[in-house]
Design a protein around this ligand. Structure first.
Ligand code: UGA
Ligand code: MN
Length: 335
């Protein structure tokens, strides 16, 4: 079937994907441009069109994967641990992010943590219509296996007054990717501004269904954790219960991929404050008593809900004074 693809088709795809790579076009826009250009080609007006779509979808997928997941060079620590990488099941770390002054700093910090983790697949999903070029560049530099996607928050939630369902479109997009591409391993929602002890990742790797563990610096109690009495789960400690069945923090649980795949409808609701609870409830059948307790029976804090000070967007550069200086390039990195 592959030989149904004409050189012109291939040429269009390669050209558009290379622009995507250089300028950070979103995958959706890239796909649209490819389709638009292909519809102008004479070959698509022939009866080959339906076959082509099947093949082209495969090519889309193969190219996206090649672009987004293959590091050009691995840092020394990564190449030496490559063999180790292959003997442990993969971790899928879903990280929502969005354009703001702290974004690149947060992602730099987080990438340095993940560089110390074996067989990790980092799904970085931007709440944006178009992928940010500086994010793509950062990801390429890390040598990590990564997938860079966009999933903008739907307008109706953006316009809503009060608390917004932050990171939900991103996480649901991540879940969709995992369903389409993963067969085993463990999934974890890791916001870009939290702090993770590298020991956390070997802990969550053991997850058979759903595991939970304490998170520091959360809510008015400064802590969110399962409560363990006489060695057994006996409830939750969290400063904001609000009738939730699972009053836990987003950073306080991990899910086995096979367990998730058996629950095709599991997803996160667009309901501020109830995202974790809604998602965990959508994993039914699953009850609190079945939680696997990690971090030495929940006696250690391996995830911290840190929050970076919010910076105001920066004032523009005075081009009369600085147009021919290094500051022009530097300012492109600052929101
Ligand atoms: C808390 C929870 O830990 C989040 O998981 C939850 O999504 C959020 O509250 C909420 O319910 O609103 P918090 O530290 O208050 O987290 O929120 P942020 O760190 O601002 O946002 C959570 C994640 O979503 C971050 O990874 C952030 O980069 C991303 N985000 C935030 C977006 O993608 N778009 C936004 O407009 C805001
Ligand atoms: Mn946060």
């Amino acid at each position: 079937m592959n030989n149904l693809i004409s050189y012109e088709t291939l040429f269009v795809r390669v050209a558009v994907y290379s622009v995507q790579k250089s300028y950070g076009l979103s995958p959706d826009i890239t796909k649209q441009i490819v389709q638009e250009l292909l519809s102008q080609l004479p070959i698509n007006k022939s009866g080959l069109a339906s076959h082509q779509e099947v093949v082209s979808n495969n090519i889309d997928h193969a190219m996206q994967t090649a672009i987004s997941t293959t590091p050009k060079t691995l840092p020394p620590c990564q190449s030496s641990s490559r063999q180790l990488n292959e003997i442990v099941d993969p971790l899928y770390i879903i990280t929502p992010t969005y354009r703001r002054p702290e974004q690149i700093a947060e992602l730099t910090r987080m990438s340095h943590t993940l560089m110390l983790v074996k067989n990790v697949n980092w799904l970085v999903i931007e709440d944006a219509k178009v992928a940010t070029k500086h994010v793509t560049k950062l990801l390429e530099k890390t040598g990590l296996k990564f997938v860079h996607l966009v999933a903008p928050m739907p307008e109706k939630y953006k316009l809503k007054k009060g608390a917004k369902p932050r990171g939900v479109s991103n996480r649901n997009r991540g879940l969709q990717w995992v369903r389409a591409n993963a067969t085993k391993g463990v999934l974890y929602f890791a916001d870009d501004d939290n702090t993770y002890d590298i020991a956390l990742f070997d802990e969550i790797r053991q997850t058979k269904q759903v595991s939970m563990f304490p998170v520091g610096l959360c809510t008015k109690y400064g802590l969110s954790s399962p409560v363990i009495k006489n060695g057994k789960f006996s409830g939750f400690y969290d400063g904001w219960v609000a009738g939730r069945k699972f009053p836990v923090d987003m950073a306080g649980f991990a899910v086995n991929v096979e367990f998730l795949l058996k629950r095709p409808n599991a997803s996160m609701p667009y309901r501020a404050g109830f995202e974790e609870d809604g998602f965990l409830k959508s994993l039914a059948p699953f009850e609190p008593r079945e939680i696997e307790l990690l971090a030495d029976n929940c006696t250690k804090i391996l995830a911290w809900h840190t929050q970076t000070k919010k910076n105001e967007p920066s004032a523009p550069l005075n081009m009369t004074l600085y147009s021919s200086t290094n500051l022009v390039k530097l300012k492109q990195l600052i929101v």
